[in-house]
Design a binder for this molecule. Structure first.
Ligand code: HEC
Ligand code: HEC
Length: 346
């Protein structure tokens, strides 16, 4: 009997030690991944992006800027100016707004006023907070370079690994980065202090396990990016670009699952691939209804975490090419069983 107890005791201690060592190793690995540093070439990008003479008039009409109204005012002031040159800053800010609000969702983490926001605060996962962008980070020497570094590379000013999900933004052209900068800089200062982001114990272990990947590890930092978004792209390429607005939550393979860094009470993101766990039997009309009205194929209201309202301004054509692109990504089963808050890995 005593012998039996000894064996059981021995096995238990052994298992505990083994588990402890495994967790210790994962912890160490997570920590070393988090403290990696990067060599990023410094980008020289002009702000605001110069407005080319020829398209400027078209662009200003398309984006409803008050350039025309300004010209009118000048006219009223009887200066006789008929052709006010389009204001490069106003055009840049408007293009930046469309990008930040409809496509890239910068406000979801940095706040409506860009004064910073607490996205998640959880003892296990940690704190995710978008810093205040209105109190000087976009001012002064090297601000543009630092901005480009975190947005396209996921690397902080000092070369360390950032938590921001830059993988979604790494393909942006120079002009888009410049427009985002001009847009963000146009916000007035906001007095708000948000806590620093911090990686909690569970997230650290997930990073160690490779289940949560920091963007800087998946980005080719030496690759040259295009100057301007390529307008001669194929439909598929346009679809791929639009789909970058979904990756942050639905995953890089679009198979859904835990939304990285999100509040743990959020529902898991749906599988957008054509796997039976996902959109296998969806028609374009089902998809358009989900994106326009926030209704799933079976009529269920989609949780408001899914920002369809922000995207309801997308044109039919944009939804069409996006859906066509989703048809081409490899079909994958969902990594997780849906349903908050206690999700289980499959
Ligand atoms: C999922 C949340 C999230 C989204 C979306 C997001 N950010 Fe961030 N951002 C962060 C976090 C967290 C940090 C702090 C990163 C760090 O230091 O590890 C950060 C840092 C920054 C910084 C550096 C601020 C500083 O104090 O140095 C800039 C600039 C920035 N983000 C711009 C943007 C822009 C532009 C977008 C949209 C294209 C964007 N962010 C989208 C979470 C986010
Ligand atoms: C901020 C995170 C977030 C972003 C960004 C996002 N989604 Fe979602 N989406 C979700 C979540 C979470 C769900 C699940 C909601 C639910 O189950 O009610 C969802 C659900 C959906 C659904 C419904 C699927 C179903 O089975 O009912 C579709 C379709 C969808 N998303 C498409 C998209 C597309 C396309 C994009 C990019 C243009 C996108 N989402 C961007 C979080 C997001």
């Amino acid at each position: 009997m005593i012998r039996m107890l000894r064996i059981v005791f021995g096995l238990t201690v052994g298992a505990a030690c083994g588990l402890g060592m495994a967790l210790g190793w994962l912890w160490w690995r997570g920590t070393s991944l988090l403290s990696a540093t990067w060599q990023v070439p410094t980008a020289q990008i002009e702000v605001p992006w110069p407005a080319p003479e020829a398209d400027a008039h078209e662009a200003s009409e398309a984006v409803h800027i008050d350039v025309a109204a300004d010209a009118m005012r000048v006219q009223d002031g009887s200066e006789g100016v008929v052709d006010e040159p389009p204001d490069a800053t106003a055009l840049a800010v408007e293009r930046g707004r469309t990008l930040a609000v409809e496509r890239l969702r910068c406000h979801a983490c940095h706040g409506e006023d860009l004064g910073g926001a607490l996205v998640a605060d959880d003892p296990a996962f940690g704190v995710l907070a978008g810093p205040n962008l209105t109190q000087g980070v976009l001012q002064g020497d090297g601000a543009m370079e630092a901005f480009e570094r975190i947005v396209r590379h996921g690397v902080r000013r000092d070369g360390t690994t950032a938590l921001m999900p830059a993988l979604d933004y790494e393909g942006l052209s120079d002009r888009e980065v410049s427009d985002l900068f001009a847009y963000a800089k146009s916000f007035p200062e906001v007095e708000r202090t948000v806590p620093l982001s911090e990686v909690g114990p569970v997230l650290r272990l997930l990073i160690g396990l490779g289940q949560y990947r920091l963007s800087a590890f998946d980005i080719d930092h030496q690759r040259t990016r295009p100057d301007v978004p390529d307008t001669h792209d194929t439909e598929l390429e346009r679809g791929r670009q639009l789909a970058s607005a979904c990756r942050g939550c639905h995953g890089h393979d679009f198979a859904g699952g835990l939304v990285p860094g999100a509040d743990p009470t959020w529902p898991t993101a749906s599988n957008l691939t054509l796997h039976p766990d996902g959109l296998a039997d969806w028609t374009h009309a089902d998809f358009a209804r989900a994106m326009r009205e926030g209704r799933s194929k079976d009529g269920r209201a989609i949780d408001p975490v899914m920002p369809w309202q922000d995207m309801s301004g997308w044109t039919d054509d944009e939804l069409q090419v996006l859906f066509a692109y989703l048809q081409t990504v490899p079909h994958k089963p969902s990594a997780m069983v849906a349903g908050p808050p206690w999700r289980t890995f499959r």
